[in-house]
Design a protein around this ligand. Structure first.
Ligand SMILES: N[C@@H](CCC(=O)N[C@@H](CS)C(=O)NCC(=O)O)C(=O)O
Length: 414
C-alpha cells in the first residue's frame, strides 16, 4: 500500500472516530429499569482491591468510541488537524525507527489527571504517566528529557495515535476489547489497576457507604470519550435507577461543575476522584467517594498503534524493567553501579547492560534500561513520588508487587 493511500485511510479513520466520539458538552437521560468520607487513602485502597474477577458485560460495538450520536461537536481535536502532514506509522518501518531518527518521543498524556499528568507551576508536565513517557524516551534515546508530552482529551487520544501525532499514550487509558480490536490499538503492561467510582457531596447525604442505588434522579457528570460513560449507564440500569448523564470535554470542566453544584455526582477512575478530592475540595464542602467496590475494572497502561512489535517490545520492556528493578532493589541511586556488583544477580546485571544483555537485540543501547532507572526511577519510586502523596496507597492494593499479593508482575529478563 502506498503512503498516500495509507494517509487517506488514516484521515478517514480519524474523521470517523472524531465524528462518533467527540463532543464538548452532551446530555443524555439514562433510564434504568429505570457522613462524609474523610480518608481518601482508604477509599482508593478499596478501589483497587475490589473484585478483580467481576465480569464486564460490555458490547464492544457500543463502546464510547462508537456511540452517543446525540453528542454535539464544537471543536476539532488538535490531533486531527494536520493528519495529511504526518507520517502514518503503518506505512513502513517501526515507530521505533521514527523516534530514533526524530530524536524525540511524542507521548500523549491527559495533562489534567492529578498525580498522573499535570503541569507544575513552571509548566513542566509531572506525574506517574508523564514519567512513564520519560522512561520510554530514556530507553530509546538515552535521554529522559527527549520527549514531547502532548496533552490530549479522552476523545482525541486514539486519533492522535492513528495519525502518528503521538507515538504512544500514557493517558489513564483503559484496556478494553473494542479499543484493542475495533479501534486498532495495542496495549502494553498494565501500570495501574484502577476501577470506576462516583463522588458526591456529604451535604447531599452521600458517604463512602453509598451505592449506585442512592443516585436516583441525580445529574451525573463525566468526560466524553471514556469507558466511564457506558459503565455508569450500565450500573444505573442494573441498580434500577434513572440519572441524567452530562458529559464534558475534559475533567476540569466536570470538577468545576461539581464545585458549582451543577452536577450532583461526578464519576471516573477512582484514582482520578482521589486526586481531585485531595487538590480541589473546597473548605466548605465534603466529598464522598463510593461505592467501596468499584463499578468496573479499569486497567490503565501504555497504548500504541497495532502490529508494531519492535516498538511494542521497547515500551513493554521499559515497563517490565522498572518492575524488575523494583523487585531487585535497583533504584535511581544505584542503577549505575549494578554491573560488576556481586550483590546483584545475573538478571539484574543483564538488565543494567552487563554481560549477556538483551537490549542490543531490541535495537537499543545496552545501557537502555540502566538509563531508564537512573534517570526516571523504578516502578515503586514513581508510585511513591506521585501517587502516595495524594493518598493512593500501593501496599495491600492490586498495584502491589506480586510477591506482596498484588498484580504487578514482569516476565523474566533472560
Ligand atoms: N480510564 C478511562 C477514563 C480516562 C479519563 O479520561 N480519565 C480522566 C480522569 S482520571 C482524565 O484523564 N481526565 C483528564 C481530562 O479529561 O483531560 C478511559 O480510558 O476511558
Amino acid at each position: 500500500m502506498t503512503k498516500s493511500v495509507v494517509r487517506l485511510f488514516a484521515a478517514l479513520f480519524a474523521l470517523a472516530l472524531f465524528a462518533t466520539s467527540c463532543g464538548s458538552t452532551a446530555s443524555d437521560v439514562v433510564d434504568g429499569a429505570t457522613d462524609a468520607v474523610d480518608d481518601a487513602a482508604s477509599e482508593v485502597e478499596d478501589a483497587v482491591t475490589g473484585d478483580e474477577e467481576e465480569a464486564m458485560e460490555e458490547d464492544p460495538m457500543d463502546d464510547e468510541e462508537t456511540m452517543d450520536e446525540e453528542e454535539t461537536m464544537e471543536e476539532e481535536p488538535a490531533a486531527a488537524d494536520d493528519s495529511d502532514e504526518v507520517e502514518v506509522v503503518q506505512s513502513g518501518g517501526s515507530v521505533l525507527d521514527a523516534v530514533q531518527s526524530r530524536g524525540e518521543l511524542n507521548c500523549g498524556v491527559s495533562g489534567a489527571a492529578v498525580a498522573f499528568s499535570v503541569p507544575d507551576p513552571s509548566g513542566r508536565m509531572i506525574g506517574f504517566d508523564a514519567d512513564l513517557c520519560r522512561a520510554v524516551a530514556a530507553a530509546i534515546l538515552g535521554d529522559a528529557e527527549a520527549v514531547n508530552l502532548v496533552a490530549l482529551t479522552a476523545a482525541e487520544r486514539f486519533t492522535a495515535v492513528q495519525t502518528g501525532d503521538v507515538d504512544v499514550l500514557m493517558r489513564n487509558t483503559t484496556w478494553t476489547q473494542s479499543r484493542d480490536t475495533d479501534i486498532g490499538m495495542d496495549f502494553g503492561p498494565t501500570t495501574y489497576y484502577d476501577g470506576q467510582q462516583l463522588m458526591g457531596r456529604a451535604g447531599d447525604g452521600f458517604s463512602g457507604d453509598s451505592t449506585v442505588a442512592d443516585i436516583d434522579g441525580a445529574i451525573v457528570c463525566t468526560n466524553a470519550g471514556t469507558t466511564t460513560e457506558k459503565n455508569i449507564s450500565d450500573a444505573a440500569d442494573a441498580a434500577g435507577v434513572s440519572v441524567t448523564l452530562n458529559t464534558f470535554e475534559d475533567f476540569d470542566q466536570v470538577t468545576d461543575n461539581f464545585i458549582s453544584g451543577a452536577c450532583d455526582i461526578i464519576t471516573t477512575d477512582g484514582s482520578g476522584l482521589v486526586g481531585r478530592k485531595a487538590q480541589q475540595q473546597p473548605a466548605d464542602q465534603d466529598w464522598a467517594i463510593f461505592p467501596g467496590q468499584p463499578i468496573s475494572k479499569e486497567p490503565l497502561g501504555p497504548t500504541y498503534g497495532q502490529n508494531d512489535s519492535a516498538f511494542a517490545d521497547v515500551v513493554n520492556w521499559t515497563v517490565y524493567a522498572m518492575i524488575i528493578a523494583d523487585e531487585k532493589g535497583i533504584t535511581s541511586s544505584n542503577a549505575g553501579s549494578i554491573v560488576g556488583n556481586d550483590d546483584f544477580d545475573a538478571e539484574a546485571q543483564r538488565l543494567m547492560g552487563g554481560e549477556g544483555e538483551l537490549q542490543s537485540l531490541m535495537g537499543l543501547d545496552a545501557n537502555a534500561f540502566m538509563n531508564v532507572i537512573e534517570q526516571v526511577g523504578n516502578y515503586d519510586e514513581l508510585f511513591a513520588e506521585h501517587l502516595e502523596p495524594v493518598g493512593i496507597k500501593r501496599a495491600g492494593s492490586a498495584n502491589a508487587g506480586w510477591q506482596d499479593g498484588g498484580l504487578i508482575y514482569a516476565p523474566p529478563a533472560r
